[in-house]
Design a protein around this ligand. Structure first.
Ligand SMILES: [Zn+2]
Length: 139
């Protein structure tokens, strides 16, 4: 666990990393969201979304590929931050599902009226479909 983990288990260093990318790298309508992930080995990976009307990926999905491109396949925590000082933004439904399927034990940093909280990704998808449970030919 990171030494920067603060109240409510929030990895504030990770939030700061996403906020920095949102502030410095997001441009116009193409890149409006940044995301950061803490890998199991402690490394931080960042990404921005690639908006396109055909369904360009959110920052969280780009993050999965960016991590893999660095040889990182185990993510522990993810947070997304919007551009123009929008702060922490929760993942959309598609990303919740994808993140759960890739990293069942992942934690997501979300904002609510009380501030930031770190919650298990499964808590964001109650009674969810788990893709791996339905691959009947596997094994
Ligand atoms: Zn999304």
């Amino acid at each position: 666990m990171s030494t920067s983990t603060g109240t409510n288990g929030v990895d504030h260093e990770l939030v700061a990393a996403a906020a920095e990318v949102a502030r410095t790298r997001c441009r116009g309508d193409h890149h409006t969201m940044a995301a950061a992930a803490r890998a199991r080995d402690g490394r931080v990976v960042t990404a921005v979304n690639a908006y396109h009307f055909t369904g360009g990926p959110c920052a969280e999905l780009v993050l999965i590929g960016a991590a893999a491109a660095q040889g990182i396949y185990e993510l522990e925590t993810v947070v997304a931050v919007g551009d123009r000082d929008r702060g922490v933004v929760p993942p959309c439904g598609r990303c919740r599902q994808a993140l759960l399927d890739y990293f069942p034990g992942l934690r997501i940093i979300v904002a609510d009226g009380e501030g930031l909280r770190s919650v298990p990704v499964a808590d964001l998808l109650p009674a969810t479909y788990v893709w791996a449970d339905h691959q009947l030919d596997a094994g």
